[in-house]
Design a binder for this molecule. Structure first.
Ligand SMILES: [Zn+2]
Length: 249
């Protein structure tokens, strides 16, 4: 076969050589679902945003952490009631000893069950905290509960320390924790970086994003396929639609 060389010439890009940052869990407890994680869920991994003339993919390795109750439900009770949701109000933890790079606070929790229609792009993350992990890595926690953030810019935090609670502020359908690591302290003008969580257990897998979305829309039990025996994982990025336990430590 003969190829014209011009057809084989692509754009060149530098490849980062530094190690993947290893962090602790952002939450504590069981039956968390790693929704919209790497790599087939297009909501994050392909969320390329043009900002100031460049394209950024800040959410490439983001996870929307959700949680099921004992019956496998995202919520029980009224869909429009924040307190119906299993994950609402759970402690959000510092993933490392770090300094607080930025805090956005003062936004309301949105009524769950429908996407808000009038959120400015600057407020899409809702109440949020950015931790400076060092070495050009920043952790973003988004959609935090109104009034729950207990750190401020410049504070030092310890790994495992509670910094806020899970909420539903910003551009969000239902309470969850959006978490990712990025290369600048700007959630928009940054690129997402891979990261490893140093210890977690995989207890099951959901059928699909579609099945999860149906369970979230209807409050019906999600048919999680258990993993037996439990798989204790070290230093890995949870992939999409797994059911995960984070030990309290
Ligand atoms: Zn998200």
């Amino acid at each position: 076969m003969v190829h014209c060389q011009d057809h084989r010439r692509g754009g060149e890009t530098p490849v980062a050589q530094h190690d993947v940052v290893v962090i602790g869990p952002p939450l504590r407890g069981e039956r968390f679902i790693s929704a919209d994680s790497c790599c087939d869920a297009s909501r994050h991994t392909r969320a390329a945003l043009p900002i100031n003339g460049r394209v950024y993919l800040a959410q490439r390795f983001a996870v929307d952490w959700e949680q099921l109750d004992a019956q496998g439900r995202v919520y029980a009770g009224a869909q429009s009631d924040l307190t119906s949701y299993t994950i609402y109000g759970r402690d959000v933890l510092a993933v490392a000893d770090a300094s607080v790079a930025a805090v956005i606070d003062g936004l309301p929790d949105q009524p769950p069950g429908k996407m808000p229609s009038d959120i400015a792009i600057e407020e899409a993350d809702g109440n949020s905290v950015i931790l400076d992990l060092g070495s050009g890595r920043y952790a973003l926690y988004a959609h935090l509960r109104a009034g729950s953030i207990i750190v401020k810019a410049g504070d030092r935090v310890k790994r495992g320390q509670t910094i806020a609670r899970v909420g539903n502020s910003g551009n969000t359908l239902a309470p969850h924790l959006h978490f990712h690591v990025m290369d600048t302290p700007s959630p928009l003008a940054s690129n997402g970086l891979p990261y490893s969580i140093d210890a977690f257990q995989v207890t099951g897998a959901t059928p699909s994003t579609e099945a999860f979305d149906n369970a979230e829309a209807n409050g019906t039990p999600l048919a999680v396929t258990p993993v037996a025996p439990l798989r204790a994982i070290r230093n890995a990025l949870p992939l999409d639609q797994l059911e995960i336990t984070f030990d309290s430590r």
